[in-house]
Design a protein around this ligand. Structure first.
Ligand code: HEC
Length: 509
Protein backbone atom coordinates (compact mmCIF):
# COMPACT_ATOMS: atom_id res chain seq x y z
CA UNK A 1 0.00 0.00 0.00
CA UNK A 2 2.74 2.40 1.08
CA UNK A 3 4.64 2.14 -2.20
CA UNK A 4 1.58 3.24 -4.15
CA UNK A 5 0.76 6.18 -1.95
CA UNK A 6 3.85 8.21 -2.68
CA UNK A 7 3.46 8.57 -6.47
CA UNK A 8 -0.24 9.20 -5.97
CA UNK A 9 0.48 12.03 -3.56
CA UNK A 10 2.97 13.51 -5.99
CA UNK A 11 0.38 13.47 -8.76
CA UNK A 12 -2.05 15.32 -6.54
CA UNK A 13 0.56 17.80 -5.39
CA UNK A 14 1.97 18.86 -8.73
CA UNK A 15 -1.12 20.55 -10.10
CA UNK A 16 -1.79 22.06 -6.67
CA UNK A 17 1.66 23.62 -6.60
CA UNK A 18 1.16 24.90 -10.13
CA UNK A 19 -2.03 26.71 -9.15
CA UNK A 20 -0.69 28.25 -5.99
CA UNK A 21 2.54 29.50 -7.53
CA UNK A 22 3.05 33.17 -6.79
CA UNK A 23 3.78 35.30 -9.88
CA UNK A 24 4.66 38.93 -10.39
CA UNK A 25 1.66 39.93 -12.46
CA UNK A 26 -1.05 38.22 -10.44
CA UNK A 27 0.27 38.50 -6.86
CA UNK A 28 3.16 40.93 -6.43
CA UNK A 29 2.23 43.75 -8.83
CA UNK A 30 -0.99 44.65 -6.91
CA UNK A 31 1.03 45.03 -3.68
CA UNK A 32 3.77 47.13 -5.32
CA UNK A 33 1.22 49.33 -7.11
CA UNK A 34 -0.71 50.01 -3.88
CA UNK A 35 2.07 50.33 -1.37
CA UNK A 36 5.22 51.43 -3.19
CA UNK A 37 4.58 53.12 -6.54
CA UNK A 38 3.29 56.34 -5.07
CA UNK A 39 6.94 57.11 -4.17
CA UNK A 40 8.86 54.66 -6.37
CA UNK A 41 8.22 56.07 -9.84
CA UNK A 42 9.86 58.71 -11.96
CA UNK A 43 9.91 62.20 -10.39
CA UNK A 44 9.02 60.97 -6.88
CA UNK A 45 11.11 60.58 -3.75
CA UNK A 46 11.81 56.81 -3.92
CA UNK A 47 15.37 56.33 -5.21
CA UNK A 48 14.42 53.70 -7.80
CA UNK A 49 11.25 53.16 -9.86
CA UNK A 50 9.08 50.07 -9.28
CA UNK A 51 6.62 50.26 -12.15
CA UNK A 52 7.11 46.98 -14.04
CA UNK A 53 8.45 43.44 -13.77
CA UNK A 54 12.01 44.34 -14.83
CA UNK A 55 12.37 47.19 -12.34
CA UNK A 56 10.90 45.24 -9.43
CA UNK A 57 12.67 41.93 -10.05
CA UNK A 58 16.02 43.77 -10.30
CA UNK A 59 15.60 44.56 -6.57
CA UNK A 60 13.68 41.41 -5.53
CA UNK A 61 15.78 40.25 -2.55
CA UNK A 62 16.27 43.85 -1.35
CA UNK A 63 12.48 44.38 -1.52
CA UNK A 64 11.94 41.15 0.41
CA UNK A 65 14.35 42.43 3.06
CA UNK A 66 13.00 45.97 3.49
CA UNK A 67 9.39 44.75 3.63
CA UNK A 68 10.16 41.90 6.05
CA UNK A 69 11.74 44.30 8.58
CA UNK A 70 8.92 46.85 8.15
CA UNK A 71 11.31 49.54 6.80
CA UNK A 72 9.21 49.96 3.64
CA UNK A 73 6.61 51.25 3.04
CA UNK A 74 7.59 53.96 5.54
CA UNK A 75 4.97 54.17 8.33
CA UNK A 76 6.23 54.87 11.83
CA UNK A 77 3.08 54.54 14.02
CA UNK A 78 2.30 51.13 15.49
CA UNK A 79 -0.79 50.01 13.56
CA UNK A 80 -1.79 47.69 16.42
CA UNK A 81 -2.01 50.68 18.77
CA UNK A 82 -4.17 53.13 16.84
CA UNK A 83 -5.26 53.86 13.28
CA UNK A 84 -4.89 56.87 11.00
CA UNK A 85 -6.12 58.06 7.65
CA UNK A 86 -3.87 56.89 4.80
CA UNK A 87 -2.22 54.18 6.89
CA UNK A 88 0.55 52.52 4.92
CA UNK A 89 1.24 49.05 6.25
CA UNK A 90 1.60 45.69 4.54
CA UNK A 91 -0.39 42.78 5.97
CA UNK A 92 1.47 39.65 7.05
CA UNK A 93 0.04 37.89 3.97
CA UNK A 94 1.39 40.58 1.64
CA UNK A 95 4.86 40.34 3.20
CA UNK A 96 4.75 36.53 2.85
CA UNK A 97 3.62 36.83 -0.77
CA UNK A 98 6.64 38.97 -1.66
CA UNK A 99 8.92 36.60 0.19
CA UNK A 100 7.46 33.48 -1.49
CA UNK A 101 7.83 35.14 -4.89
CA UNK A 102 11.50 36.01 -4.31
CA UNK A 103 12.22 32.54 -2.92
CA UNK A 104 10.64 30.98 -6.04
CA UNK A 105 13.10 32.99 -8.18
CA UNK A 106 10.63 35.74 -9.08
CA UNK A 107 8.45 34.13 -11.76
CA UNK A 108 6.89 36.72 -14.04
CA UNK A 109 3.59 34.98 -14.84
CA UNK A 110 1.06 36.16 -17.39
CA UNK A 111 1.00 39.93 -18.13
CA UNK A 112 -2.75 39.56 -18.69
CA UNK A 113 -3.11 39.05 -14.91
CA UNK A 114 -1.55 42.42 -14.12
CA UNK A 115 -4.20 44.76 -12.64
CA UNK A 116 -2.54 47.76 -14.34
CA UNK A 117 -0.82 50.69 -12.66
CA UNK A 118 -3.05 53.09 -10.71
CA UNK A 119 -3.76 56.67 -11.78
CA UNK A 120 -1.86 59.09 -9.59
CA UNK A 121 -3.59 62.49 -9.59
CA UNK A 122 -1.31 65.18 -11.01
CA UNK A 123 -3.16 68.16 -9.57
CA UNK A 124 -5.17 68.54 -6.41
CA UNK A 125 -6.45 65.44 -4.63
CA UNK A 126 -9.44 67.30 -3.28
CA UNK A 127 -10.76 69.65 -5.93
CA UNK A 128 -10.49 73.15 -7.31
CA UNK A 129 -8.75 75.35 -4.71
CA UNK A 130 -10.14 78.80 -3.95
CA UNK A 131 -6.63 80.21 -3.67
CA UNK A 132 -3.14 78.97 -4.45
CA UNK A 133 -0.12 80.27 -2.55
CA UNK A 134 3.25 79.62 -4.08
CA UNK A 135 6.81 79.90 -2.75
CA UNK A 136 7.79 83.41 -3.93
CA UNK A 137 10.78 82.10 -5.94
CA UNK A 138 12.03 78.70 -7.02
CA UNK A 139 14.66 77.29 -4.66
CA UNK A 140 17.71 75.43 -5.99
CA UNK A 141 18.72 72.46 -3.83
CA UNK A 142 22.38 71.64 -4.45
CA UNK A 143 23.34 68.23 -5.81
CA UNK A 144 25.81 67.54 -2.99
CA UNK A 145 23.99 64.69 -1.25
CA UNK A 146 23.10 66.74 1.84
CA UNK A 147 19.79 67.53 3.54
CA UNK A 148 18.48 71.10 3.49
CA UNK A 149 15.82 72.64 5.77
CA UNK A 150 14.62 75.95 4.37
CA UNK A 151 11.71 78.16 5.47
CA UNK A 152 9.82 80.18 2.85
CA UNK A 153 7.65 83.17 3.73
CA UNK A 154 4.44 83.87 1.80
CA UNK A 155 2.51 87.05 2.67
CA UNK A 156 -1.23 86.23 2.59
CA UNK A 157 -2.29 89.89 2.22
CA UNK A 158 -5.71 88.97 3.68
CA UNK A 159 -7.50 92.11 4.83
CA UNK A 160 -9.80 90.11 7.11
CA UNK A 161 -9.56 86.82 8.94
CA UNK A 162 -10.23 83.92 6.58
CA UNK A 163 -11.64 80.50 7.48
CA UNK A 164 -10.36 77.44 5.65
CA UNK A 165 -11.54 73.84 5.53
CA UNK A 166 -8.42 72.40 3.93
CA UNK A 167 -4.83 73.33 3.18
CA UNK A 168 -3.20 71.09 0.62
CA UNK A 169 0.55 71.18 0.12
CA UNK A 170 1.52 70.47 -3.51
CA UNK A 171 5.28 69.83 -3.59
CA UNK A 172 6.89 71.34 -6.67
CA UNK A 173 9.52 68.63 -7.01
CA UNK A 174 8.66 65.18 -5.68
CA UNK A 175 12.22 63.95 -6.23
CA UNK A 176 13.64 66.06 -3.38
CA UNK A 177 10.66 67.16 -1.24
CA UNK A 178 10.82 65.03 1.90
CA UNK A 179 8.45 66.95 4.12
CA UNK A 180 6.76 70.33 4.49
CA UNK A 181 5.53 71.95 7.71
CA UNK A 182 3.18 74.93 7.60
CA UNK A 183 3.18 77.75 10.11
CA UNK A 184 1.77 81.25 10.56
CA UNK A 185 3.59 84.43 11.56
CA UNK A 186 1.69 87.57 12.59
CA UNK A 187 4.68 89.61 13.76
CA UNK A 188 6.86 89.88 10.65
CA UNK A 189 9.71 87.97 12.33
CA UNK A 190 10.04 85.43 9.51
CA UNK A 191 10.33 88.21 6.94
CA UNK A 192 13.27 89.65 8.87
CA UNK A 193 14.98 86.24 9.01
CA UNK A 194 14.35 85.85 5.28
CA UNK A 195 15.94 89.23 4.53
CA UNK A 196 19.06 88.19 6.46
CA UNK A 197 19.58 85.01 4.40
CA UNK A 198 20.91 85.59 0.86
CA UNK A 199 19.07 82.52 -0.50
CA UNK A 200 15.29 82.50 -1.11
CA UNK A 201 13.78 81.85 2.32
CA UNK A 202 16.03 81.13 5.31
CA UNK A 203 17.65 78.05 6.78
CA UNK A 204 16.16 76.48 9.91
CA UNK A 205 16.44 72.87 10.97
CA UNK A 206 13.89 72.43 13.79
CA UNK A 207 10.87 74.26 12.49
CA UNK A 208 10.72 78.01 11.91
CA UNK A 209 13.63 79.25 13.98
CA UNK A 210 11.42 81.27 16.35
CA UNK A 211 8.27 80.83 18.37
CA UNK A 212 5.75 81.32 15.56
CA UNK A 213 2.08 82.24 16.14
CA UNK A 214 1.16 78.79 14.74
CA UNK A 215 4.00 76.32 14.48
CA UNK A 216 2.04 73.35 13.11
CA UNK A 217 -0.66 74.56 10.80
CA UNK A 218 -0.63 71.35 8.84
CA UNK A 219 2.01 69.77 6.70
CA UNK A 220 2.92 67.17 4.17
CA UNK A 221 5.07 64.07 3.77
CA UNK A 222 5.03 61.83 0.66
CA UNK A 223 1.70 60.05 0.55
CA UNK A 224 -0.16 62.48 2.83
CA UNK A 225 -3.89 62.58 2.26
CA UNK A 226 -5.19 66.11 2.74
CA UNK A 227 -7.68 66.50 5.59
CA UNK A 228 -10.87 68.31 4.66
CA UNK A 229 -12.67 69.45 7.81
CA UNK A 230 -16.25 68.32 8.22
CA UNK A 231 -19.10 70.80 7.73
CA UNK A 232 -19.05 73.70 10.18
CA UNK A 233 -15.44 73.13 11.21
CA UNK A 234 -12.49 75.20 10.00
CA UNK A 235 -9.27 76.99 10.79
CA UNK A 236 -8.71 80.72 10.87
CA UNK A 237 -5.89 82.49 9.05
CA UNK A 238 -5.64 85.92 10.69
CA UNK A 239 -5.67 89.04 8.52
CA UNK A 240 -2.26 90.13 7.24
CA UNK A 241 -0.42 87.04 8.47
CA UNK A 242 2.45 85.34 6.65
CA UNK A 243 2.14 81.70 5.73
CA UNK A 244 5.38 79.83 6.45
CA UNK A 245 6.50 76.64 4.74
CA UNK A 246 9.45 74.72 6.08
CA UNK A 247 10.72 72.38 3.38
CA UNK A 248 12.98 69.43 4.07
CA UNK A 249 14.85 68.57 0.88
CA UNK A 250 16.47 65.12 0.86
CA UNK A 251 20.00 64.36 -0.37
CA UNK A 252 20.32 64.34 -4.17
CA UNK A 253 23.25 63.77 -6.57
CA UNK A 254 22.23 66.55 -9.01
CA UNK A 255 20.89 70.06 -8.48
CA UNK A 256 17.09 70.21 -8.45
CA UNK A 257 14.77 73.18 -8.07
CA UNK A 258 11.47 73.35 -6.22
CA UNK A 259 8.61 75.80 -6.00
CA UNK A 260 6.02 74.26 -3.72
CA UNK A 261 2.41 75.47 -3.66
CA UNK A 262 -0.30 75.43 -1.02
CA UNK A 263 -3.89 75.05 -2.19
CA UNK A 264 -6.34 76.84 0.07
CA UNK A 265 -9.97 75.72 0.33
CA UNK A 266 -12.24 78.23 2.03
CA UNK A 267 -15.27 77.24 4.11
CA UNK A 268 -18.65 77.82 2.49
CA UNK A 269 -19.78 80.13 5.25
CA UNK A 270 -19.14 80.93 8.89
CA UNK A 271 -17.96 78.05 11.04
CA UNK A 272 -19.44 76.77 14.31
CA UNK A 273 -16.23 75.31 15.58
CA UNK A 274 -12.67 76.54 15.08
CA UNK A 275 -9.86 74.02 15.04
CA UNK A 276 -7.32 74.77 17.75
CA UNK A 277 -3.89 73.24 18.12
CA UNK A 278 -3.14 72.03 21.63
CA UNK A 279 0.55 71.93 22.46
CA UNK A 280 2.24 69.75 25.04
CA UNK A 281 5.75 71.15 25.20
CA UNK A 282 8.79 70.88 27.48
CA UNK A 283 6.93 72.99 30.08
CA UNK A 284 4.56 70.03 30.57
CA UNK A 285 7.33 67.78 31.89
CA UNK A 286 7.72 68.89 35.51
CA UNK A 287 11.50 68.57 35.16
CA UNK A 288 14.17 70.44 33.17
CA UNK A 289 14.61 69.17 29.63
CA UNK A 290 18.18 68.12 28.86
CA UNK A 291 19.87 64.85 28.02
CA UNK A 292 23.41 64.38 29.34
CA UNK A 293 25.93 62.53 27.14
CA UNK A 294 25.87 58.71 27.24
CA UNK A 295 22.41 58.59 28.79
CA UNK A 296 19.05 57.23 27.74
CA UNK A 297 16.32 59.39 29.25
CA UNK A 298 12.53 59.19 29.19
CA UNK A 299 10.32 62.26 29.66
CA UNK A 300 6.64 62.19 30.60
CA UNK A 301 4.49 65.21 29.85
CA UNK A 302 0.84 65.72 30.80
CA UNK A 303 -1.96 67.93 29.52
CA UNK A 304 -5.25 68.18 31.40
CA UNK A 305 -8.44 68.35 29.37
CA UNK A 306 -10.81 70.99 30.78
CA UNK A 307 -13.89 70.35 28.58
CA UNK A 308 -14.98 67.52 26.30
CA UNK A 309 -12.87 67.66 23.14
CA UNK A 310 -12.83 65.90 19.80
CA UNK A 311 -9.34 65.26 18.50
CA UNK A 312 -8.78 65.46 14.75
CA UNK A 313 -5.07 64.79 14.39
CA UNK A 314 -1.86 64.36 16.33
CA UNK A 315 1.80 65.14 15.64
CA UNK A 316 4.58 64.09 18.01
CA UNK A 317 7.77 66.01 17.30
CA UNK A 318 11.40 65.64 18.34
CA UNK A 319 14.76 65.60 16.55
CA UNK A 320 17.57 63.06 16.15
CA UNK A 321 18.21 61.89 19.74
CA UNK A 322 14.55 60.92 20.24
CA UNK A 323 13.89 57.20 19.73
CA UNK A 324 10.25 56.52 20.67
CA UNK A 325 6.88 58.08 21.48
CA UNK A 326 3.68 56.98 23.16
CA UNK A 327 0.69 59.29 23.60
CA UNK A 328 -2.55 58.27 25.31
CA UNK A 329 -5.29 59.73 27.48
CA UNK A 330 -6.47 58.44 30.85
CA UNK A 331 -9.59 59.14 32.86
CA UNK A 332 -9.72 60.40 36.45
CA UNK A 333 -7.90 57.99 38.73
CA UNK A 334 -6.07 56.52 35.76
CA UNK A 335 -8.87 54.21 34.61
CA UNK A 336 -9.97 54.01 30.95
CA UNK A 337 -7.05 54.50 28.61
CA UNK A 338 -7.57 55.98 25.15
CA UNK A 339 -4.58 55.01 22.98
CA UNK A 340 -3.67 57.90 20.65
CA UNK A 341 -0.34 57.13 18.97
CA UNK A 342 2.69 54.94 19.50
CA UNK A 343 5.87 55.33 17.46
CA UNK A 344 8.17 52.58 18.67
CA UNK A 345 11.11 53.60 16.42
CA UNK A 346 11.02 57.36 15.88
CA UNK A 347 12.62 58.44 12.59
CA UNK A 348 13.11 62.17 12.10
CA UNK A 349 13.12 61.62 8.32
CA UNK A 350 9.65 60.12 8.41
CA UNK A 351 7.86 62.40 10.82
CA UNK A 352 4.22 62.63 9.87
CA UNK A 353 0.92 64.37 10.47
CA UNK A 354 -1.54 61.80 11.67
CA UNK A 355 -5.28 62.27 11.20
CA UNK A 356 -7.66 59.99 13.09
CA UNK A 357 -10.13 58.08 10.85
CA UNK A 358 -13.00 59.43 13.00
CA UNK A 359 -13.13 62.33 15.41
CA UNK A 360 -11.83 61.02 18.74
CA UNK A 361 -13.49 62.14 21.94
CA UNK A 362 -11.41 62.92 25.03
CA UNK A 363 -13.76 63.79 27.92
CA UNK A 364 -13.32 66.63 30.40
CA UNK A 365 -11.25 65.57 33.39
CA UNK A 366 -9.05 63.29 31.32
CA UNK A 367 -5.29 63.77 30.99
CA UNK A 368 -3.24 63.35 27.83
CA UNK A 369 0.13 61.74 28.49
CA UNK A 370 3.10 62.06 26.15
CA UNK A 371 6.06 59.79 26.81
CA UNK A 372 9.22 60.17 24.74
CA UNK A 373 12.57 58.42 25.10
CA UNK A 374 15.87 59.89 24.00
CA UNK A 375 19.06 57.92 23.39
CA UNK A 376 22.15 60.12 23.69
CA UNK A 377 24.64 57.26 23.40
CA UNK A 378 26.75 56.07 20.48
CA UNK A 379 24.28 53.24 19.87
CA UNK A 380 21.77 55.75 18.45
CA UNK A 381 22.72 55.78 14.74
CA UNK A 382 21.13 59.24 14.31
CA UNK A 383 23.16 60.84 17.13
CA UNK A 384 24.78 63.86 15.43
CA UNK A 385 27.66 63.86 17.95
CA UNK A 386 30.43 61.30 18.36
CA UNK A 387 31.38 61.36 21.19
CA UNK A 388 27.91 62.31 22.54
CA UNK A 389 27.51 65.88 23.86
CA UNK A 390 25.12 67.52 26.33
CA UNK A 391 21.80 67.97 24.50
CA UNK A 392 19.49 70.86 25.35
CA UNK A 393 16.25 72.28 24.05
CA UNK A 394 16.56 74.20 20.77
CA UNK A 395 16.00 74.52 17.05
CA UNK A 396 19.33 73.31 15.67
CA UNK A 397 20.38 69.88 14.41
CA UNK A 398 22.27 69.22 17.64
CA UNK A 399 19.39 70.34 19.90
CA UNK A 400 16.31 68.42 20.97
CA UNK A 401 12.61 69.05 21.33
CA UNK A 402 9.61 67.54 23.09
CA UNK A 403 6.29 68.42 21.49
CA UNK A 404 2.92 66.83 20.93
CA UNK A 405 0.65 68.95 18.73
CA UNK A 406 -2.99 67.94 18.60
CA UNK A 407 -5.76 69.59 16.62
CA UNK A 408 -9.15 69.63 18.32
CA UNK A 409 -12.58 71.21 18.44
CA UNK A 410 -15.07 71.30 21.34
CA UNK A 411 -16.92 67.98 21.40
CA UNK A 412 -20.47 67.69 20.06
CA UNK A 413 -22.68 64.64 20.24
CA UNK A 414 -22.20 62.33 17.27
CA UNK A 415 -18.62 63.45 16.59
CA UNK A 416 -17.40 59.87 16.96
CA UNK A 417 -19.31 59.00 13.78
CA UNK A 418 -17.79 61.79 11.70
CA UNK A 419 -15.22 60.39 9.32
CA UNK A 420 -12.14 62.50 8.63
CA UNK A 421 -11.27 60.34 5.65
CA UNK A 422 -13.44 62.27 3.18
CA UNK A 423 -11.21 64.11 0.76
CA UNK A 424 -13.88 64.88 -1.84
CA UNK A 425 -15.09 68.48 -1.76
CA UNK A 426 -18.40 69.56 -3.22
CA UNK A 427 -16.56 72.18 -5.26
CA UNK A 428 -14.93 69.45 -7.35
CA UNK A 429 -16.04 69.92 -10.93
CA UNK A 430 -17.76 66.78 -12.26
CA UNK A 431 -15.35 66.90 -15.21
CA UNK A 432 -12.36 66.60 -12.93
CA UNK A 433 -13.77 63.95 -10.72
CA UNK A 434 -12.82 60.90 -12.67
CA UNK A 435 -15.55 58.27 -12.40
CA UNK A 436 -16.07 56.57 -9.02
CA UNK A 437 -19.38 58.23 -8.31
CA UNK A 438 -19.64 56.09 -5.22
CA UNK A 439 -16.60 56.18 -2.99
CA UNK A 440 -16.02 53.70 -0.19
CA UNK A 441 -14.12 55.09 2.75
CA UNK A 442 -11.98 54.06 4.41
CA UNK A 443 -10.71 51.20 2.28
CA UNK A 444 -9.29 49.03 3.81
CA UNK A 445 -11.98 49.29 6.46
CA UNK A 446 -12.39 47.62 9.83
CA UNK A 447 -15.85 48.10 11.32
CA UNK A 448 -17.75 50.56 9.11
CA UNK A 449 -17.54 52.32 5.79
CA UNK A 450 -18.89 55.57 4.54
CA UNK A 451 -20.38 55.87 1.05
CA UNK A 452 -19.89 59.14 -0.74
CA UNK A 453 -22.56 58.99 -3.39
CA UNK A 454 -23.49 61.11 -6.37
CA UNK A 455 -27.05 62.33 -5.67
CA UNK A 456 -28.40 60.48 -8.74
CA UNK A 457 -27.64 57.14 -7.04
CA UNK A 458 -29.43 57.82 -3.74
CA UNK A 459 -32.21 55.27 -3.39
CA UNK A 460 -30.30 52.69 -5.45
CA UNK A 461 -29.52 49.17 -4.27
CA UNK A 462 -26.13 47.88 -3.22
CA UNK A 463 -24.83 44.44 -2.34
CA UNK A 464 -21.55 43.02 -1.14
CA UNK A 465 -20.14 39.67 -2.22
CA UNK A 466 -17.21 37.63 -1.04
CA UNK A 467 -14.78 36.32 -3.61
CA UNK A 468 -16.75 33.07 -3.77
CA UNK A 469 -19.69 35.11 -5.13
CA UNK A 470 -21.80 34.75 -1.97
CA UNK A 471 -23.83 37.79 -1.06
CA UNK A 472 -22.85 38.90 2.45
CA UNK A 473 -24.64 42.22 2.91
CA UNK A 474 -27.07 44.34 0.93
CA UNK A 475 -29.21 47.43 1.29
CA UNK A 476 -30.46 50.70 -0.13
CA UNK A 477 -28.43 53.89 -0.45
CA UNK A 478 -30.08 56.23 2.06
CA UNK A 479 -28.21 59.46 1.41
CA UNK A 480 -25.25 60.91 -0.43
CA UNK A 481 -23.25 60.29 2.71
CA UNK A 482 -24.40 56.87 3.89
CA UNK A 483 -22.79 54.59 6.44
CA UNK A 484 -22.65 50.81 6.46
CA UNK A 485 -21.56 48.63 9.36
CA UNK A 486 -19.20 45.91 8.20
CA UNK A 487 -18.06 44.71 11.62
CA UNK A 488 -19.71 41.31 11.11
CA UNK A 489 -17.54 40.53 8.07
CA UNK A 490 -14.31 38.63 8.47
CA UNK A 491 -11.03 39.99 7.13
CA UNK A 492 -10.57 39.70 3.39
CA UNK A 493 -11.47 41.10 0.01
CA UNK A 494 -15.10 41.78 -0.98
CA UNK A 495 -16.83 43.17 -4.03
CA UNK A 496 -19.16 46.09 -3.54
CA UNK A 497 -21.75 46.32 -6.31
CA UNK A 498 -23.93 49.38 -6.69
CA UNK A 499 -25.69 51.37 -9.38
CA UNK A 500 -22.31 52.85 -10.37
CA UNK A 501 -20.49 49.55 -10.97
CA UNK A 502 -18.26 47.36 -8.81
CA UNK A 503 -15.54 48.30 -6.31
CA UNK A 504 -13.13 46.22 -4.31
CA UNK A 505 -13.41 46.60 -0.53
CA UNK A 506 -10.80 45.22 1.82
CA UNK A 507 -11.70 44.42 5.42
CA UNK A 508 -8.65 44.55 7.66
CA UNK A 509 -8.30 44.64 11.43
C1 HEC B 1 6.19 57.36 1.11
C2 HEC B 1 7.18 57.08 0.12
C3 HEC B 1 7.66 55.66 -0.06
C4 HEC B 1 6.89 54.53 -0.16
C5 HEC B 1 5.38 54.42 -0.10
C6 HEC B 1 7.82 53.45 -0.33
N1 HEC B 1 9.10 53.91 -0.34
FE1 HEC B 1 10.80 52.81 -0.55
N2 HEC B 1 11.93 54.45 -0.29
C7 HEC B 1 11.46 55.73 -0.15
C8 HEC B 1 12.58 56.64 0.06
C9 HEC B 1 12.50 58.13 0.25
C10 HEC B 1 13.74 55.86 0.04
C11 HEC B 1 15.20 56.31 0.21
C12 HEC B 1 15.50 56.76 1.57
C13 HEC B 1 15.39 55.70 2.59
O1 HEC B 1 15.99 54.60 2.43
O2 HEC B 1 14.70 55.95 3.59
C14 HEC B 1 13.29 54.48 -0.19
C15 HEC B 1 14.16 53.41 -0.27
C16 HEC B 1 13.76 52.14 -0.62
C17 HEC B 1 14.67 51.04 -0.88
C18 HEC B 1 16.17 51.13 -0.76
C19 HEC B 1 16.53 51.03 0.70
C20 HEC B 1 17.92 51.54 0.98
O3 HEC B 1 18.30 51.39 2.13
O4 HEC B 1 18.54 52.09 0.09
C21 HEC B 1 13.92 49.96 -1.21
C22 HEC B 1 14.42 48.56 -1.58
C23 HEC B 1 12.53 50.36 -1.13
N3 HEC B 1 12.47 51.69 -0.79
C24 HEC B 1 11.46 49.53 -1.36
C25 HEC B 1 10.14 49.91 -1.17
C26 HEC B 1 9.03 49.00 -1.30
C27 HEC B 1 9.14 47.53 -1.67
C28 HEC B 1 7.92 49.71 -1.04
C29 HEC B 1 6.47 49.20 -0.99
C30 HEC B 1 6.22 48.02 -0.22
C31 HEC B 1 8.31 51.08 -0.75
N4 HEC B 1 9.68 51.15 -0.84
C32 HEC B 1 7.44 52.12 -0.45
C33 HEC B 1 10.14 56.13 -0.16
C34 HEC B 1 9.06 55.26 -0.19
Amino acid sequence: MKTFLTPLCLLLLIPAAGISQVTYHSDVAPIIHNACMECHRSGEIGPMPFTNYEEVSAYGPFIEYVTSIGYMPPWTPDADYSHFVGERVLSATEIETISAWVDADMPEGDPADNPGVPDFPEGSQVGEPDLVFSMPQPYAHEGDMTDQYQVFVIPTDFEDDVTVRALEVRPGNGAIAHHAILGLDIEGIAETLDAQDPEPGYESFGDFGFNAYQSFFGGWVPGTQTTVYPEGIGRVIPADSDLLIQMHYGPNPVEETDQTEVNVFLTDGPIDREVTTGIMGPWALGEPFFIPPNQVKTFHGTYDIPVDLSLLSIVPHCHLIGVSWEVFATGPGGQDTIPLISIPAWDFNWQGFFTFPYMTKVPAGYTIHGIASYDNTVSNPFNPNDPPQMIEYGDNTGDEMFFVFFDYVPYEEGDEDISLDTPLLSSVEPMEREKPQIQLQPNPASDRIQLLVDPQFVGGQWAMFDLGGRSVLSGTIQSSNDRILVDALSEGVYLFKGPHGTDRLVIQR
